[in-house]
Design a protein around this ligand. Structure first.
Ligand SMILES: Nc1ncnc2c1ncn2[C@@H]1O[C@H](COP(=O)(O)OP(=O)(O)OP(=O)(O)O)[C@@H](O)[C@H]1O
Ligand SMILES: [Mg+2]
Length: 365
């Protein structure tokens, strides 16, 4: 188990594809770090650099105190799990799990012992004599995990390992991977494009986009204090609402609406000295009700989606402004109804429209 560092890493493919530009990342010993970002942002490339399957253009990769920048995957002793489990189809589960240790010339008693222990940990001791085709998707995924565990690696590197599984199994395996990582105390780097997976599994999340880590923080930090509009839109589902806004008299103005702000927030906005702002508010922080209350403004309901635990309500106001609110439980209303929405100052975010930086909530680094 080691801490892993990326120091000023640049990665280019040829002369025109820059995937990572001067990125830094410090993963603590025993940490569960999730790399998340949209398709094509460079998550797999980043993981492959850590594994030694790709090499940096410039910069360093450090494991513990050792510079591993130019070491092979074997020398780094990491274990990877991919989206396709890549099990050997003609080998039994036992042989799949033992294979890499046999290649290393490990004593067969030690191998048998490790395979037995890993199989027990994963709840698959009864499957050791089956072949991969005789297993379900979840069971195959467990064998792929077992293959990692037996090697006592320095770190686990997972690249979207659950995306081939159905939704229910994904949630179950998510729980199992978290439990396993805690039990083994292993440093784990987990790549996904699914922000729910990231939020539910990570000690810390690193959000990769546009060649940079946009923010690195705990799930609560990236949710409560997104550094910029990209992070705010990427983390949280349904996504945060954004309205063009500007500083008005005693508060913020968006469309014909105004929302009063504390002097502290007004000062922060004045200090930023920008005319064009974006007001951000998460759907779950909007209170929607058929009754008018003070500080609420009128909207028209355009879509109602009842999901069971809550209802998602799409609304419009002033012709072209649209937004979404989540209301707990069942919302008793219909399309075309007028309703009133309100929210708390503490829940809003204000971004500079130009740089997209969050002006009022700053993450701690
Ligand atoms: N060997 C390569 N040569 C040239 N370009 C590459 C190579 N490998 C990856 N890329 C490019 O680098 C960028 C990042 O790719 P990468 O596979 O790391 O993305 P990703 O975030 O893992 O995406 P996904 O979520 O779709 O798996 C992409 O634009 C991709 O086309
Ligand atoms: Mg990928």
């Amino acid at each position: 188990m080691v801490k892993i560092e990326l120091k000023n890493v640049n990665k280019r493919f040829g002369s025109d594809v820059t995937v990572l530009k001067d990125v830094n990342l410090n993963i603590k010993d025993g940490e569960f770090m999730v790399l998340v970002g949209p398709s094509g942002c460079g998550k797999s490339t980043c993981l492959n650099l850590i594994a030694g399957l790709e090499f940096v253009s410039t910069g360093k990769i450090i494991f513990g105190d050792a510079d591993v920048t130019y070491l092979s995957p074997k020398e780094r002793k990491v274990a990877m799990v991919f989206q396709s489990y890549a099990l050997y189809p003609h080998m039994t589960v036992r042989d799949n799990m033992s294979f890499s240790l046999k290649l290393e010339g490990v004593d067969s008693d030690i191998i048998n012992n490790r395979v037995k222990k890993a199989a027990e940990l994963l709840g698959i001791p009864n499957l050791l004599d089956r072949k991969p085709k005789e297993l379900s998707g979840g069971q195959r995924q467990r064998v792929a995990l077992g293959r990692c565990i037996v090697r006592n690696p320095t770190a686990f590197l997972f690249d979207e390992p659950l995306s081939n599984l159905d939704a229910k199994l994904r949630i179950q395996m998510r729980g199992e991977i978290i439990k396993l990582q805690r039990q083994l105390g292993v440093t784990l780097i987990y790549v996904t494009h699914d922000q729910v997976e990231a939020m539910s599994m990570a000690d810390r999340i690193a959000i990769l986009y546009d060649t940079k880590f946009q923010q690195i923080g705990t799930p609560t930090e990236v949710y409560n204090t997104p550094r910029n509009k990209f992070v705010a839109s990427f983390i949280g589902s349904p996504q945060m609402n954004f309205f063009d806004a500007s500083l008005g008299n005693g508060g913020i103005t968006f469309g014909d609406q105004s929302f009063s702000l504390s002097q502290e927030n007004i000062n922060k906005i004045k200090q930023a000295n920008k005319d064009d702002l974006i007001l951000g508010i998460r759907p779950e922080h909007i209170n929607i009700s058929p009754e008018r209350r003070s500080e609420a403004f009128e909207i028209e309901i355009t879509v109602i989606e009842f999901l069971g635990a809550d209802t998602m309500i799409t609304f419009k106001f002033e012709d072209e402004m649209t937004g979404m609110a989540t209301s707990p439980g069942y919302y008793n209303g219909k399309i075309g109804d007028k309703a009133y929405i309100s929210f708390k100052e503490n829940d809003i975010h204000i971004f500079d429209k130009d740089t997209e930086i969050n002006i009022i909530h700053h993450p701690i680094d």
